[in-house]
Design a protein around this ligand. Structure first.
Ligand code: AMP
Length: 180
């Protein structure tokens, strides 16, 4: 058992602090070194490409789950070992979820938020028991974690949050989690 395949959600933007690119590379390197598979959006952009390139260079297997529209726009990464084509963004979320043992969220925008909330909402209803790991470098996720805790305190969140998300801030913490 244990984690064999990591689903990745993260920024497509290129207009971000290079600090985040460095952290994404370090995470990709860890995933590759641990011999894990990486399953992600497969776009040649932003933190997705940075993480995938580092994972592949370190020996990881890269699966891109790509909606038809992005193929038509020629935005698909050349790094992919395996390409899975989906009809749209909704299919893609379920496809990444099914192929992954755990879901990792690096910094990102509305696309990343959509993905992590899709996964967490499905977990709260009992569709699966996979957790989202928020990689909280530079306190990027602080605001969102505070929001979730506030909702929990007010009784709006079902079940125990620890069952569907976890926050880590360092590479050793992430490694420990992926080793389980
Ligand atoms: P964002 O966080 O808004 O930058 O969106 C990135 C996330 O949403 C990634 O995890 C992708 O799976 C998906 N996504 C959004 N935009 C794109 C794009 N142009 N190409 C590929 N995936 C994208």
């Amino acid at each position: 058992m244990g984690v064999k395949s990591v689903g990745l959600f993260c920024a497509a933007s290129e207009s971000i602090d290079p600090l985040y690119v460095e952290h994404a590379r370090a995470v990709g390197n860890l995933i590759g070194e641990m011999g894990l598979g990486l399953v992600y959006g497969g776009a040649a952009a932003g933190l997705m490409e940075a993480t995938a390139a580092a994972a592949k260079a370190a020996g990881g297997h890269i699966t891109g789950v790509v909606p038809q529209l992005l193929i038509e726009r020629n935005r698909v990464s050349a790094l992919l070992d395996e390409r899975v084509v989906t009809r749209n963004l909704s299919d893609r979320k379920d496809n990444i979820l099914e192929r992954s043992d755990i879901l990792l969220a690096l910094p990102g925008g509305v696309g990343t938020l959509d993905e992590v909330f899709h996964v967490m909402a499905a977990a709260t209803i009992g569709y699966h028991t996979k957790r989202v790991v928020f990689y909280n470098v530079n306190g990027f996720w602080d605001g969102m974690i505070a929001l979730l805790h506030s909702y929990k305190q007010q009784g709006f969140l079902r079940g125990d949050c620890d069952n569907y998300f976890v926050v880590v801030s360092t590479l050793p913490e992430l490694k420990k989690l992926l080793n389980c």
